[in-house]
Design a protein around this ligand. Structure first.
Ligand code: AGP
Length: 630
């Protein structure tokens, strides 16, 4: 997500003994550009004052601003590239955010879940806000503590103590960096559920959201742990917990080259993004339900009374996003009992669809710029339908042209083949379905609470799949010369089969086709020849209405005709072993949530096989990340 850099170097006689803070910070932000962002800013501490510049858009805009309005050369500075979550990508919402009369500057990566209540508390104290961001609230809280609660403290160590007290109030995910004019040679940082590493130099020290932020200057790094604060000067690094107790980070040597550092050490952005998926799901869930298990989708600015009247839902999307919609259909119809159709956006408006004011059109788009989807949304609005966008890119066109938006918080997705955005789209669609059910009272609040509890367990289950994927990677490498792979699934496993096939097509250029398993006998089984690889997504054997037996018989049908049966099944499902050449187990979870797990092995398989063929996994031939033409 956001890129963060901090630096303190040594000064001599008021001058710079080592590097210029601004140079280090800008170089670090350039290295972090790959993370994707939509605004950037820097702040330096100079002669008892904070000086800051920030601009929406790319780093080049910030650099132009700095050329027009230069900052002084100093030894202490912080910098930030923002991927907008709360508040659009504007100059005003860009970081750093200032507080304490301009003497404090703060940058942030993550989501402050309780920013709304903190903002009300600070407004009551007379604090005014310039931006829509949760970060400015964190800055104002830090300033209030620094200026008021710690009024009697000496400057030395005061920012660290203020950070400790502020972090005790903050909920959610945050990496915070702060500088204060009273302490010109100090940067204080804190982390919870969001990455932060320290770079150890000689007479200088660094902070970064990852090692790319300082890899040009040092390869000695210290990774901070959960709920830790670090105070750096040119010669010291002190780590404490949120209560001032001494703590220790984990020191290591960075042996990545700068290029692989930009991919977090992974071989491709796609691999990195596959491994980002636990976080993508967790961040998309974060802050959208309360401790009582009620959905709190405040950002969904549509009158709840209108949503209660909805009698039909149409999901519009393309490609992977459309498969996310197909998964969502099963859940939404189950929870809300509202007829839900999933339409390929480029087909939708040419079939004279039936829409009215009680139709809710939900578009799903990672980029928010897919022209097919945008044109379909425009058409739906012209026909009087209410429109909600599920989107990963804040401030993009489709959300802007929708009545409401529910952002996924997967962070920028760089690889053309969509992975973490897909799981985040499904997660957001589940939240929307539960919210509609909550409004309409379709299912008991206890059930909603249970589903949310199950959803909150998904990130750890995805991580378990990622940690145990080596046998699957070996299988993929062994199949690098295959010419065709088929994918079968039933119920929510059917869109998973379609997505697994699309991944293989997109990046390994192999013919691959997904089928509803029940469709086999109606034609596709003619494709089965000796040695034909067939992936089968097997539903859980648990539950009275399980489709397990039917899918197992589908496996037998293809196996009897010579297919290589490659099975994705739930842990503990011994029955499939008798019919499978290869079984990859995923953790148990309720049927409707299974796509969040079953998809991951198929993503890994495709990425590994494509890499084994020597293809560019991130930029496959003929494809663009966002299809902005019809
Ligand atoms: C998926 O791997 C592809 N990159 C493609 O199908 C993509 O999902 C589709 O073009 C929709 O893009 P969007 O989510 O940005 O609208």
């Amino acid at each position: 997500m956001c890129g963060i850099v901090g630096y303190v170097g040594r000064s001599v006689d008021g001058g710079i003994a080592g590097h210029s803070a601004l140079d280090v910070v800008l170089e670090g932000l350039r290295r972090l550009e790959y993370r994707g962002y939509d605004s950037a800013g820097v702040a330096v501490v100079s002669k008892g004052a904070i000086e800051s510049r920030k601009k929406s858009g790319k780093l080049s805009n910030l650099i132009a601003e700095l050329e027009a309005h230069p900052l002084p050369e100093t030894v202490t500075g912080i910098g930030h590239t923002r991927w907008a979550t709360h508040g659009g990508p504007t100059d005003r919402n860009a970081h750093p955010h200032l507080a304490d009369g301009g003497k404090l500057a703060v940058i942030h990566n993550g989501i402050i879940e309780n920013f709304a209540e903190l903002k009300l508390e600070l407004l009551d104290k007379g604090v005014t806000f310039l931006s829509e961001t949760d970060t400015e609230v964190a800055a104002a809280l830090l300033a209030d503590i620094y200026r008021n609660k710690l009024a009697g403290d000496t400057a030395d160590g005061r920012l660290t103590r203020a950070m400790e007290l502020a972090c005790q109030r903050l909920e959610g995910a945050f990496t915070l960096l702060a500088v204060h004019a009273d302490q010109p040679d100090v940067v204080v940082a804190a982390r919870r559920n969001s990455p932060l590493v320290v770079g150890l130099g000689e007479g200088e020290n660094f902070l970064g959201s990852d090692v790319s932020g300082f890899i040009d200057y040092t390869r000695r790094a210290v990774e901070l742990g959960q709920d830790q604060i670090v105070t750096i000067t040119a010669d010291t690094v002190e780590i404490t917990d949120f209560f001032g107790n001494p703590a220790a980070g984990k020191e290591y040597h960075v042996d990545w080259d700068p290029a692989s550092a930009e991919k977090g050490g992974f071989s491709s952005f796609m691999e990195k993004e596959i491994h980002d998926q636990p976080d993508a799901v967790a961040q998309t869930l974060m802050g959208r339900s309360d401790i009582n298990g009620r959905l709190t989708l405040d950002e969904l600015r549509i009158d709840p009374e209108l949503l209660k009247q909805v009698n039909k839902i149409i999901v519009l999307a393309c490609g992977t996003a459309a498969y996310a919609g197909m998964v969502a259909k099963y859940a939404i119809e189950n929870w809300c009992r509202i007829p839900t159709e999933v339409e390929l956006a480029h087909e939708f408006r040419y079939r004279d669809p039936i829409l009215d004011a009680n139709t809710l059109v939900v578009s799903i788009s990672q980029s928010g710029e897919t022209m097919d989807t945008l044109m379909a949304v425009r058409y739906a609005r012209e026909q009087g339908a209410k429109t909600i966008s599920i989107c990963n890119t804040n401030g993009s066109t489709i959300p802007r042209e929708s009545d409401a938006v529910l952002y996924t918080h997967a962070g920028p997705e760089i690889a053309v083949a969509s992975t973490k955005a897909f799981l985040a789209q499904i997660t957001a669609a589940y939240l929307l379905g539960l919210y509609l059910a909550q409004l309409r009272g379709n299912i008991f609040s206890g059930q909603i609470k249970d589903v949310l509890a199950d959803l909150n367990k998904i990130p750890a289950k995805i991580q378990k799949i990622l940690d145990n994927a080596e046998p699957l990677r070996e299988l993929a490498r062994s199949m690098a010369n295959e010419k065709s792979v088929l994918f079968l699934g039933r119920h929510v496993g059917y869109p998973v089969a379609l997505e697994g096939a699309l991944k293989l097509k997109e990046i390994a250029y192999i013919h691959a086709e997904g089928f509803a398993a029940g469709e086999l006998k109606h034609g596709p089984i003619a494709l089965i020849d000796d040695g034909q690889p067939v992936f089968v997504v097997v539903p859980s054997p648990r539950g009275r209405d399980s489709l397990h037996a039917k899918v197992v018989s589908n496996i037998q049908e293809v196996r009897a005709r010579g297919a290589r049966t490659l099975v994705i099944a739930e842990e503990g499902d011994e029955a499939v072993k008798a019919y499978a050449e290869y079984v990859f187990y995923v953790p148990e979870t309720p049927t409707l949530l299974m796509p969040l797990l079953n998809t991951v092995p198929l993503q890994i398989f495709a990425a590994e096989l494509a890499a084994a063929k020597g293809y560019d996994v991130d930029q496959p031939r003929n494809l663009a990340k966002s299809v902005t033409v019809e």
